[in-house]
Ligand binder design. Sequence first.
Ligand code: HEM
Length: 455
Amino acid sequence: MTASKFTANRPAEFPLPPGPKSYPGIGNTLGFLRDPFAFYDGLAQYGDVVSYSVAGEDFCTVLHPDYVEQVLVTEESKFGKSEFIRDGGAKFVGNGLVVSEGEFWRRQRTMMQPAFYRERIDTYTEPMVDFPAETADSWDDGETIRLRETMAELTLRILSKALFDHDIRDERSPVRDAAIGITRAINEKSDAGSVGSLIPEWIPTATNRRYRRAIARFDDAIHTLIEERRDDPGDDFLSMLLHATDENGEKMSPKALRDEMATFLFAGHETTALALTYCWYLLSTNPDVRRKLHDELDSVLDGRRPTMADLENLEYTDKVVTEALRRYSPAYVIFRETTEDAVVGGYTIPEGTSLTLPQFVIHNDGRWYDDPDEFRPERWTAEMKADLPDYAYFPFGGGPRHCIGMRFANAELRLVLATIAQRVALDRRSENGLDVRMGTTLEPTEPIEMSVRTR
Ligand code: HEM
């Protein structure tokens, strides 16, 4: 076993960061596994740059917004995507934008950026209103729904429409089985609690066979669609990317296109579904907030469907979403790895160290937020935002690798919330609090049941 970078006796102008007591051979693995939330809570006592080791990997967690900015923005070239995200991330996304690096990443990002310009997002907003309206109208008064699953179905439907111009509710849609199948298989595969997640992909277990079959079906569907859209382009992302060119006039290869489509599906559906899940949960536990939201929707929209143009007048709706993303950030930690020795907060972070920038800690830190445990959309005043350090709030990351889908997600969250809250209130079926776990995203440990109440 090689010595940890943090215990090795290496000369350093700046000292190595402090951290919890580490045990020979296992470092801090047991403490972390026992209760990762308590483990993170305990880090603050060592300062804003803390080192430890889990599963043979050296980690450094950064807890101050200024250092988050340094890692993501001002010195971003010293901090690459971390190796275990590249290796551990679903193989399904290939070399898509979330994991790619260097010149390839830059070329892909530049070619895809126009698909996310404001004018383009405007053209995708119809399903962000029509689909949730249809969903809410299909509910009976008093009906019980499973919140997360219902939101995931909705966001997958909206995303598939934007990506492929297909409605996955339509049984004849060629992407229906592919999109639903692959998201199910990924969930099953990445469920940290399941045995399937621990078994290497090449071992032919039932989970792995399902996973491989789902990938093959997805690949077939995408390649068929690519052929169709080549001759007959539509308004969807796929058509845009198929015809996009780089500075040399070159187009994306079919493999790169496939990887980016898989990446969008992977990065853009569960995250938004969870953000909506947390919005509804927090509204159900804060009746005053919910009443104010309903009042705003009733007075601004007066019963008609919301549009993109309405969003600037739906100020309270905006604050509700902003605050929900603060309390429960679906992307709860950003991972990086030092590509060279770096100095952060007066400490040396050796090359090859994994860094974590935990939104779920920084967004709930009393130094930046009064009563951080309270869901209080009113806190987001202009003065408060002006005083808040830039990276005390970063649900979509920051710097060159910030979420390319941020504008899409922001429009979707507000339009879906407004459309459904206009029609119904969702009440918790159980008084139990919300328990979350650190999966690929920050996810509820138990299904959340909601009772529909027509307004
Ligand atoms: C509430 C919803 C969402 C949240 C909280 C979220 C969060 C994030 C975060 C934190 C990152 C940065 C990761 C890093 O720096 O390592 C990211 C990157 C990314 N997101 Fe999102 N995201 C959301 C929705 C979406 C949507 C709707 C799409 C696509 C339609 C999308 C596509 C991507 C892609 C492709 C990247 C990688 C960008 C790059 O590295 O250049 N995300 N997202």
